[in-house]
Design a protein. Structure first.
Length: 241
């Protein structure tokens, strides 16, 4: 990801001369200076580019539509269902619509993955009426897997790989099991000052649980090293942060 200077603040300003010289300022560069993902989102939301992201009060008003699109990414909402909320979200530019070739079906989605990340983060800030009913990561994982839809885990011609399909289904299962509490992102940075970098795919702030979906058995050895001393997750585990 380049052009982070559009919405990030101080860390990017330090590299302005490099950007003007045509050098890339990547997401990893950003994390090395400013590794907290929530700070990245806050910078984006409070910038000009963040005008297309709803504020917390707007999410509360339109929470059913927003949660549904977060869960399924692209949805077809029949006429009459959540019509006012849908109209409001579309008018404000928080979601976009596409008319399919049959000229009868309209699909709704967020403008970009970054918008999904910001909105999922804002959603988990809202007060939750009840605590999560899970005592361990393992318990939550099993519950999410129970909610898999077999049809959506099959490889479709021209579609995503099986691994990607399973990751999407796992995310959907997490979101159904933990409404308002799953944050999805381009990938969370690992703890700073580690020698073995790492990323997690989904985060449960209330429990401080992170999930990383592994693709391929060959990667297991590399991933296990991230829990060792100086590994990507060792600092998080010892600090519980």
């Amino acid at each position: 990801m380049t052009a982070l200077y559009m919405f990030a603040t101080y860390p990017v300003l330090q590299h302005t001369h490099e950007i003007h010289a045509g050098k890339y300022y990547s997401l990893d560069d950003y994390y090395s200076n400013y590794p907290v993902f929530s700070s990245l989102l806050e910078s984006f939301i409070n910038s000009v580019a963040g005008r297309g992201v709803p504020r917390s009060r707007d999410i509360q008003t339109n929470v059913q539509v927003i949660r549904r699109i977060l869960k399924d990414f692209v949805v077809d909402i029949p006429a009459g269902q959540d019509e006012e909320a849908l109209k409001s979200c579309h008018f404000q530019g928080w979601i976009q619509s596409d008319l399919l070739e049959d000229d009868r079906t309209t699909w709704y989605t967020f403008p970009s993955p970054l918008h999904s990340s910001c909105i999922s983060w804002l959603l988990q800030i809202l007060p939750s009426p009840v605590p999560l009913p899970f005592n361990s990561v393992y318990e939550l994982t099993l519950e999410a897997i129970k909610l898999f839809r077999p049809y959506d885990t099959r490889r479709k011609e021209g579609g995503s790989s099986n691994e990607a399909q399973y990751q999407l289904e796992f995310y959907r299962g997490l979101l159904e099991s933990c409404p308002r509490t799953v944050v999805v992102s381009p990938e969370f940075a690992s703890a700073s000052r580690t020698h073995r970098a790492g990323r997690i795919d989904f985060f449960i702030p209330e429990k401080k649980w992170g999930f990383e979906c592994i693709r391929g058995e060959a990667c297991l050895s590399d991933y296990s090293k991230r829990f060792e001393q100086d590994g990507a997750y060792e600092e998080w585990m010892t600090s519980s942060s």
